[in-house]
Write a protein that binds this ligand. Structure first.
Ligand code: CA
Ligand code: CA
Length: 416
């Protein structure tokens, strides 16, 4: 995200800069921008106004997202941070200087975090898990256990989500995958054998909506995929985590799936999709929904401890938007050994580690949800852009992930 401007009339520059910073923390607020060094004065009002006092004409380069970029070589020079942008100024003699523009994080006036619903469309969630129980979405319009669909959404007594695998109102996890994913999204995952770093800002404001799509053995149907995703949207989810995928036999999706993705996108909901674990190029071997081209999909690859692409992770710079840790990540597990755990030979209850892009995706969906909760006025695309802007550039991921983007570790909350 960058914009160039040459010897501007001031008013036009203001527009260009405002566009370049749209969605950036603070720009939408009426607060002021601090600038250093003191060669320029920046002010924000509703639109960003820009003025360089008493200076000759300059050329300007406003740089966002990938950091400070050399205008000659197009090479990345310095990391950008969520609150910092760089403005390169060149005077009439061609002398360059760089202005650092610091923006204040845009928080609600009381510093509160806006409530946000994050749907975990998976094998269910262990609703009794002590690390998750207080975080489960509640349907305010549904009276429990009266046999009546009080809110008229087509699902009777869906107080805490829905179980599409068994067509009932108990989306408990009889596998383990969904509970692990939920912990990663909720910010309570860690590196194997450790505890989470700390509680993240806005963590408590995120409600997890359990939408049970898979049965105990990971089986589902395409009609349940459609119904699950639509249920999540209709229930008010702003973010949907899809740590699942289906191989596509061609690039064209069956109409019901394509229409469902369009429905999610038109609702302004973000869909975070695991890239898949085949170690393949998504360009050549597309999967649903990771390879779909809807602009609201964030496709996530997995990295190892060395911040390199995991050997099992799918990749593709056109499809994969960001990478996140995905190896030996410890997270919540069902408190009682489930049929799916027995089937997989896993007997460690409450907490265990897994690897896969299924783990990477909820680290991203959780980070996105917390960011969006901090900036509730953001649109889906603004929240997405801000998340990608805050990502770091990892040269080792170039060629596999768009712009070599890696979710910053501090936003995953998985600790050192
Ligand atoms: Ca209902
Ligand atoms: Ca009811």
């Amino acid at each position: 995200m960058e914009a160039f401007f040459v010897s501007p009339p001031r008013v036009t520059l203001a527009v260009v800069l405002g566009l370049a910073l749209a969605g950036c923390a603070g720009v939408r607020s009426t607060g002021s921008l601090a600038v250093s060094p003191s060669e320029a004065t920046l002010k924000t009002q509703q639109a960003l106004a820009f003025d360089i006092q008493g200076q000759p004409p300059y050329t300007f380069e406003v740089i966002q997202g990938s950091g400070l970029v050399s205008s000659e070589t197009r090479q990345f020079v310095a990391p950008n941070t969520p609150s910092t942008s760089y403005l390169r100024i060149r005077d009439a003699e061609g002398r360059e200087s760089v202005v650092v523009v610091k923006t204040e994080p845009k928080l609600p006036s009381d510093g509160a975090c806006a409530a946000l619903t994050l749907a975990i469309v998976d094998s269910g969630i262990d609703l009794s898990h002590p690390d998750l129980a207080g975080r489960i979405w509640k349907n305010p319009k549904e009276i429990p256990d009266n046999g009546i669909d009080d809110d008229g959404n087509g699902y009777v007594d869906d107080v805490v989500g829905w179980n599409f695998a068994h067509d009932n109102a108990q989306p408990n996890d009889d596998n383990y995958h969904g509970t692990h994913v939920a912990g990663a999204a909720a910010g309570v995952a860690s590196k194997e054998g450790r505890r989470p770093a700390s509680e993240s800002e806005c963590q408590e404001a995120i409600s997890l909506l359990p939408v049970k799509l898979f049965d105990a053995y990971g089986v589902t149907t395409s009609s349940d995929i459609v119904a699950s995703l639509r249920y999540a949207v209709d229930a008010g989810a702003q973010v949907i985590n899809a740590s699942f995928g289906a191989r596509m036999t061609g690039t064209k999706l069956p109409a019901p799936l394509a229409e469902t993705l369009a429905y999610i996108e038109s609702a302004g909901v973000s869909l975070v999709a695991a890239a898949g674990n085949y170690g393949q190029d998504l360009e050549r071997f597309p999967i649903f929904p990771a390879s779909a081209t809807n602009a609201n999909i964030l496709t996530v690859a997995a990295t190892n401890d060395a911040a390199r692409l995991s050997s099992f992770s799918n990749y593709g710079t056109a499809q994969v938007d960001i990478a996140a840790p995905g190896e030996y990540i410890e997270s919540t597990f069902p408190t009682i050994v489930t049929p799916g755990m027995r089937d997989a030979g896993r007997f460690r209850a409450r907490r265990d580690s897994l690897s896969g892009t299924s783990v990477s995706a909820p680290l991203v969906s959780g980070a996105l949800s917390r960011l969006w909760s901090r900036h509730p006025a953001f649109s889906q695309s603004e929240a997405r852009e801000q998340l990608l802007r805050e990502a770091q550039n990892s040269p080792a991921l170039n060629g596999g992930v768009a712009n070599g983007r890696l979710l910053r570790e501090e936003t995953t909350n998985i600790g050192p």
